[in-house]
Design a protein around this ligand. Structure first.
Ligand SMILES: [Zn+2]
Length: 161
């Protein structure tokens, strides 16, 4: 399908926009990163006091039957992180009420997204949790509430390209 904004066909070139780790980790010195961080591709703990999870932030895309998902990190309260760990392999984890979180990455194309408030919903032991923004005035929250164009999804996919 041809894009009404630029005339290209974006259907096959929607690359992933995914952050490898929370921004706070990259702010550390190499030494601190070595000594104070425990992490994987799913979770990250800094100095035993800051707790992060990798999540998906879905944006509904007009005219296609799918969402464009930004792979982004969120910071949780320590007790909530502990609860997520308890539920990590639980088939019924999606029944858990959402957790209050804050975005832990700055998306370069937007008004600052670091620290933006949201709700994290667990989905299942083999799928990433999803985040829904709660600060309704932020441009990204508006995009999540109202959906985006295919062209906008393509722009996101090119952020690090
Ligand atoms: Zn376009």
């Amino acid at each position: 399908m041809m894009c009404s904004q630029c005339g290209k066909d974006h259907a096959d070139d929607l690359g992933e926009l995914a952050f490898r780790r929370p921004d706070a980790l990259f702010a550390l010195s190499a030494e601190d990163r070595q000594n104070k961080v425990k992490d994987s591709n799913d979770w990250c703990v800094i100095a035993g006091e800051r707790f992060f999870l990798r999540a998906l932030l879905p944006l509904t895309v007009a005219h296609i039957n799918d969402s464009y998902c930004i792979g982004i990190w969120v910071e949780l309260q320590p007790a909530d992180f502990e609860r997520v760990c308890e539920l990590w392999r639980d088939e019924r984890q999606a029944a858990e009420p959402p957790f209050a979180v804050r975005l832990a990455n700055s998306i370069p194309t937007l008004a600052e997204t670091l620290g933006l408030e949201g709700q994290l919903q667990l989905s299942g032991p083999t799928s990433r949790p999803s985040v829904t923004l709660t600060d309704s005035n932020h441009p990204l929250a508006l995009e999540q509430a109202n959906g985006i164009s295919l062209h906008r999804a393509h722009e996101y996919s090119q952020v690090f390209a």
